[in-house]
Design a protein around this ligand. Structure first.
Ligand code: NAD
Length: 357
């Protein structure tokens, strides 16, 4: 029997509740598909500040680097909001991503047909739902370029620069082509090649690499058009690949048109299969400790881990299908319950998903 070592970063707020739900689901699916897991918790965020004064202890970094994969809840909360920037819980997120060498962010945005009413777009636009995977470059571009202040033509000015190397573009494009192969084999590369030199290099390299993936249909779209197309006709997209800043903005836009923050998983990947899997939402301090949180985003993050880190496709699909079933049967946690329906607790929703595996 295969056995995978999973590092657990429960974090703060609802983090512990939702990570524990995902662990229960992984254990249940593991029994069914003969996969073993060893779970080891490590401190991160506010919990780590309380225990040892810093948000990302070295033991956590070492533990994650020696795990086969890592599952994260969320960090942060009002208790730590007034601390200086370098000891804030959120600082740990950048730190762990850098330590694990994670340069890709996979952000699915899926509208489940059962949750169409949550979508802020017109019913005819989302009649068939949508299922988009945004592949965002995470460690390059303008967020990491040279920056500063100087005296310019009009006096004081600030500047940020964007640079992308061939290596950085090739490695993210490769992840995108491979991801498209695992899905519907349609890739759109988003850039601003009509203005930016970095985008022109990006586009040239993506075109070169398309020759290696004749089974994937590959096209380009300018970022301003992409922002419009996401709300005009989201079902035209399958896999999208883009730079750090464009991906930051477009992935948030895409998550909003699903209308349900508690449903969206994500993965950050590097050169190894290890990866960091986490829901896109935060620690929701307003509902922490109340057994009210929707655990589905974290459970689906665990499903992504099974697929992308371990290539356990059948077990991953079993989780995704179980989530589809509970939603189709009208089961909802408080964030999604409507019209006087009695919401399920975090524990009850987890139980119902496990029953349907
Ligand atoms: P948030 O995502 O925590 O919450 C926004 C709203 O969505 C809240 O009303 C919350 O109750 C609700 N919500 C979020 N997840 C939910 C779930 N699973 N089930 C039901 N409802 C859910 O964002 P915020 O309020 O802006 O931030 C709260 C804290 O989380 C802050 O300290 C912030 O810095 C931190 N944060 C952490 C991460 C992370 O760890 N990756 C990401 C974003 C924010």
């Amino acid at each position: 029997m295969k056995n995978y070592k999973i590092g657990l970063l429960r974090g703060d707020g609802i983090g512990p509740e939702i990570v524990d739900s995902a662990v229960r689901v992984l254990k249940a699916v593991g029994e069914k598909y003969n996969i073993g897991f060893t779970f080891t918790p490590y401190l991160i965020g506010g919990a780590a500040i309380d225990a040892c004064g810093i948000p990302l202890p070295q033991e956590t970094v070492d533990g994650c680097l020696s795990s086969d994969s890592v599952l994260l809840g969320a960090v942060g909360g009002p208790k730590w909001d007034n601390l200086p920037g370098n000891v804030r819980p959120e600082k740990a997120l950048l730190g762990i991503r850098a330590a694990m060498g994670l340069f890709t962010n996979l952000r699915p945005a899926k509208l489940y047909p059962a949750l169409k009413d949550e979508c802020p777009l017109r019913a005819d636009i989302v009649a068939n739902g949508f299922d988009i995977m945004i592949v965002r470059e995470l460690t390059g571009g303008i967020y990491f370029g040279e920056r500063g202040y100087r005296e310019g033509k009009y006096g004081e000015e600030a500047y940020d620069t964007e640079a992308y190397s061939r290596m950085e573009i090739e490695r993210i494009a490769r992840v995108a082509f491979e991801t498209a192969r695992k899905r519907n084999k349609k890739l759109i590369s988003i850039d601003k090649a009509n203005v930016l030199e970095t985008s022109r290099l990006w586009r040239k390299i993506v075109h070169e690499m398309a020759a290696e993936y004749p089974d994937v249909t590959c096209g380009d779209m300018l970022v301003d058009n992409a922002a419009m197309q996401l709300v005009r006709n989201p079902s035209q997209f399958d896999v999208v690949v883009t730079s750090n800043m464009f991906g930051d903005i477009l992935s948030d836009e895409a998550s909003q048109i699903t209308g349900s923050i508690g449903m969206l998983p994500s993965a950050s990947l590097g050169d190894t299969t290890r990866g960091l899997y986490e829901p896109i939402h935060g620690s929701a301090p307003d509902i922490a400790g109340q057994n009210k949180a929707n655990p589905i985003a974290t459970i689906l993050s665990a499903a992504m881990m099974l697929l992308y880190a371990f290539d356990e496709k059948a077990a991953s699909e079993a989780i995704v299908n179980a989530v589809d079933k509970v939603l189709n049967e009208g089961l909802r946690t408080a964030d999604l319950a409507r019209n006087g329906a009695t919401p399920l607790t975090t524990t009850e929703m987890t139980d119902e998903i496990i029953k349907r595996l």
